[in-house]
Ligand binder design. Structure first.
Ligand SMILES: [Zn+2]
Length: 210
C-alpha cells in the first residue's frame, strides 16, 4: 500500500497542548540522554525523528530570509546556507531553528496510508519552509512555542536557574548560550515562569532563595 506524508490542515493548538507535546517528546529523549540541560536538539532530531540535518541554498520567501525547512518524506531537516550570517549574528538562532523544524515534524505532518506521496521531492524546495518574517501563519507560531518548550522545559529550567544568579545581563547571556536559544527567547520564557522580571534594561531575579 502506498503511504504518503501529508501536511495536516492548519488548526488551533493551545499553549497547553504544545507544552504537553514537547513534554512527551522530552520524556522519550531523556531515556537516551542524561536528565539535564541543555537539550541536544541534533541528538533529539536524529534519534527520535530520524532526521538528517543538512545545509542547502534555499530561496527567500516573500522578502523574508529563509532560515530552514523540512522534507518530511525524506526525513531531511534543511538549514539555509544563505542564513549563516544571520545565525552567526543572532546567537542561539541556528539551534532554535532546528528545534522549530522538529516541532513541524511533531505537530504538522502525518503519515497517511493510501495516498500518493505528496512530498517525494528530494531536490527542489522543501514543502515546509520557515523564514525570519515577523508576520507568519499560526503554524509558524506553534512551531516556535513548541521549540521553546523543547529547549527550555520548565522543571529543568527552574533547577538550572537555582544554580545561577540571574540579576544581571551577563549571566542571562551565559544561560542563553548554554541552552542554545536567543536572549529574547530566554527572556520570554523566564518571565512567563516568573523567574525574572525585566523592566527596560533592569533585570530582577524572582527566584525564591533556599
Ligand atoms: Zn516553520
Amino acid at each position: 500500500m502506498k503511504t504518503g506524508v501529508v501536511l495536516k490542515p492548519q488548526h488551533f493548538m493551545s499553549d497547553a497542548y504544545l507544552a504537553s507535546a514537547a513534554g512527551a517528546v522530552l520524556r522519550r529523549y531523556f531515556t537516551k540522554a542524561p536528565w539535564r540541560l541543555p537539550v541536544n536538539i541534533e541528538l533529539l532530531a536524529e534519534h527520535l525523528f530520524d532526521l538528517v540535518i543538512s545545509w542547502e541554498l534555499l530561496a527567500d520567501e516573500e522578502g523574508a530570509l529563509t532560515l530552514g525547512g523540512v522534507r518530511p518524506r525524506t526525513r531531511q531537516l534543511v538549514l539555509n546556507d544563505r542564513a549563516r550570517d544571520f545565525f552567526e549574528k543572532n546567537a542561539g538562532s541556528e539551534n532554535f531553528t532546528k528545534a522549530h523544524e522538529v516541532a513541524h515534524i511533531m505537530l504538522h505532518v502525518a503519515e497517511t496510508p493510501g495516498v500518493e506521496p505528496l512530498f517525494s521531492e528530494v531536490l527542489g524546495p522543501p514543502p515546509i519552509v520557515c523564514t525570519s518574517a515577523l508576520k507568519r501563519p499560526p503554524r509558524e507560531w506553534q512551531a516556535d512555542r513548541c521549540a521553546a518548550y523543547l529547549l527550555m522545559p520548565e522543571d529543568l529550567l527552574r533547577a538550572e536557574c537555582m544554580r545561577r544568579e540571574l540579576a544581571a545581563w551577563p549571566p542571562m547571556y551565559d544561560l542563553s548560550r548554554f541552552l542554545g536559544v536567543s536572549i529574547s527567547a530566554l527572556c520570554i520564557r523566564l518571565q512567563e515562569l516568573k523567574l525574572v522580571r525585566i523592566d527596560g534594561r533592569e533585570i530582577t531575579s524572582l527566584q525564591a532563595k533556599r
